[in-house]
Design a protein around this ligand. Structure first.
Ligand code: NAD
Ligand code: GLY
Length: 366
């Protein structure tokens, strides 16, 4: 029996199903959505090699005409060039207004497939079938879809909600250990931003999660999705509150950009970013060193990086200047007040550079 949650967004509301055995029942679930027969499944060779056969059979049995479009494995799939190829695939597959684009894979497949779904014919139904922890707890929920600009992550995109999320925990059994660890960074994020009790649960159950314990993973995923659904329902288009989901991402995205998007997994960069944000908050006297220690220890136990690599200060400063949270020219960061509570705080680039040891007293702010 799958766990089920609703993302409550009025006429754009949708269900998240999470549990074992969902993928071979994809057609059964999608059948409830009143979709046209053709559908375009966007995946990569790694994930499709594992899960496409079962999904294809299930979709066909439910009367769909599924077409598979493969994108490269890795962040390079989130580009306008790859998107252009997917528009051709949508055309060839006969994707009309009521026909779905389905993302099958991690956050990369989800983000680029969602970008296509949002823009093809000005928007067609979009389904998320996330297969990484990161995608099941974060990227498949909430409707942020995007491709990258060479100078910054996710700069070209939209808010476009899926019609359904099918998170099959069986898919996590084939995840490489590094991807499990990277996904746990976003899991730990939820504890810091919104739920101290959940943070404590993670301190107790992290080893089971790392070993792939199905029951622990399912309750973690449902808890994260419930927390995210609440935030998204309160602020779908990130006018305010939703920015808290970006805890660790200001520095994390800049690390990804200056290291060419492929050195660190997204979750690894977010782990470094969360520690940097915690240290900034300690320096401002708004967060305790003891709680920072708990965060660092949990991330370290999860095998995640907690210190920054050597980076070119000028490139890093420029990357911070492309952060999407800049409003009226002012960079804002999410800083913790205590475990379970954060604050959206205006911050000077120089303060970030100084805390990271990249500061240069003579330099101008970017
Ligand atoms: P990913 O999509 O690159 O997947 C990680 C790796 O795991 C890939 O090599 C993939 O082929 C492989 N993989 C996926 N599922 C597998 C499975 N079940 N078994 C074996 N291998 C599998 O990376 P990710 O960490 O899932 O997502 C990162 C992306 O998500 C970034 O681009 C990030 O910007 C984006 N993101 C988006 C949001 C959002 O709200 N839209 C939120 C967080 C992150
Ligand atoms: N991952 C951040 C958000 O969905 O807003």
């Amino acid at each position: 029996m799958a766990g089920q949650l609703t993302v409550d967004l009025g006429e754009r509301s949708y269900e998240i199903y999470c549990g074992s055995g969902l993928l071979p029942r994809t057609g059964f679930y999608l059948h409830t959505l009143d979709l046209a027969a053709p559908c375009l499944v966007v995946s990569n060779a790694t994930v499709a090699g594992l899960y496409w056969p079962a999904i294809e059979i299930s979709l066909k049995e439910a009367g769909f005409q599924p077409h598979l479009a493969l994108v490269p494995d890795g962040e390079e799939a989130k580009s306008l060039e790859v998107a252009a190829g997917l528009y051709n695939a949508a055309l060839d597959a006969g994707i009309e207004r009521r026909a779905a684009v389905i993302a099958l894979g991690g956050g990369v497949a989800g983000d680029v497939a969602g970008f296509i779904a949002a823009t093809w014919l000005r928007g067609v139904p979009f389904i998320q079938i996330p297969t990484t922890i990161l995608a099941q707890v974060d990227s498949s929920v909430g409707g942020k879809v995007a491709v990258n600009h060479p100078k910054g992550k996710n700069l070209i995109g939209a808010f476009y909600q899926p019609r359904m999320v099918l998170a099959d925990t069986d898919a996590l059994t084939t995840l490489p250990p590094r991807e499990i660890r990277a996904g746990l960074a976003e899991v730990i994020k939820y504890g810091v931003i919104a739920d101290a009790g959940f943070f404590a649960y993670l301190e107790e159950h992290l080893d089971q999660a790392l070993r792939g314990d199905r029951g622990v993973l399912e309750s973690i995923i449902l808890r994260c999705c419930a927390l995210k659904a609440k935030v998204v329902a309160g602020d779908e288009r990130e006018k305010g509150l939703r920015a808290i989901l970006n805890f660790g991402h200001t520095v994390g995205h800049a690390v990804e950009a200056v290291t060419g998007f492929n050195t660190y997994r997204h979750g690894e960069a977010v782990a470094m970013g969360m520690v940097a944000a915690a240290r900034m908050a300690v320096q401002r006297g708004m967060f305790s060193a003891a709680e920072t220690g708990r965060l660092v220890r949990l991330l370290e136990r999860a095998g995640l990086p907690v210190t920054m690599p050597a980076l070119d200060p000028a490139a890093f400063r420029a990357a911070l200047g492309h952060d999407k949270k800049i409003a009226w020219g002012q960079l804002r960061m999410i800083l913790p007040e205590r475990l379970g509570r954060v604050q959206i705080t205006p911050i000077a680039v120089e303060e970030i550079m100084a805390v990271l040891g990249l500061g240069n007293p003579g330099a101008k702010e970017g």
